[in-house]
Design a protein around this ligand. Sequence first.
Ligand code: ATP
Length: 214
Amino acid sequence: MAKRVGIFGGTFDPIHIGHLRGALEVAEQLGFEELRLIPSARPPHRDAPQVSAADRLAMVEQAVVGVPPLRVDDRELKRDKPSYSIDTLESLRAELAAADQLFLLLGWDAFCGLPTWHRWEELLDHCHILVLQRPDADNEAPEALRDLLAARSVSDPQTLSGPSGQIAFVWQTPLAVSASQIRSLLASGKSVRFLVPDAVLAYIHARGLYRAPN
Ligand code: ATP
């Protein structure tokens, strides 16, 4: 029986309920055996100095405890090169059977930026793409993606067939939460309770993350 595996990458700085609820809903809708959350390495100039990759990874680990089928995959943080999704997909594919279905989850904003990604035209050779609708995003796909959408999109994600090659839009409960909002609330001393899981909140407080410098 072919396995269904989803992957969802992000900086997760920090992981929040928008990521988690979307991941869980898609995993359940599409019957994934597993959905891997993959924290990405970031170029040094974008890294807030007080939040290391190790902290971002630890928060994702805390968030998925007891929530099958969500899992953490740290392969992009272990790599010493920039983390390109195509490399991640190739390495995951090498671990799966040829018939297994691989689904790359992307928020709408990430999907719109696809044409700037390294070797982006090869992504669909390895996976299907599921686009999560995000409440604060506008809905016009960029010109560079129109032909691809016309050729590869299917209207019902349940009909995605084969190991790779198609695009579908998926519904998720709209949650207009962002990591930047959470960072700025914390920097101004406000609560982020209920925007992140309690275990993530406890980690943030224990490590004193995202506080404004004194
Ligand atoms: P930031 O505010 O720092 O840009 P972010 O909240 O967008 O961060 P990322 O880690 O950059 O989080 O996002 C990872 C993926 O999750 C992206 O594909 C993004 O579109 C998606 N995403 C983030 N927030 C939500 C949300 N509230 N609902 C649905 N998808 C989301």
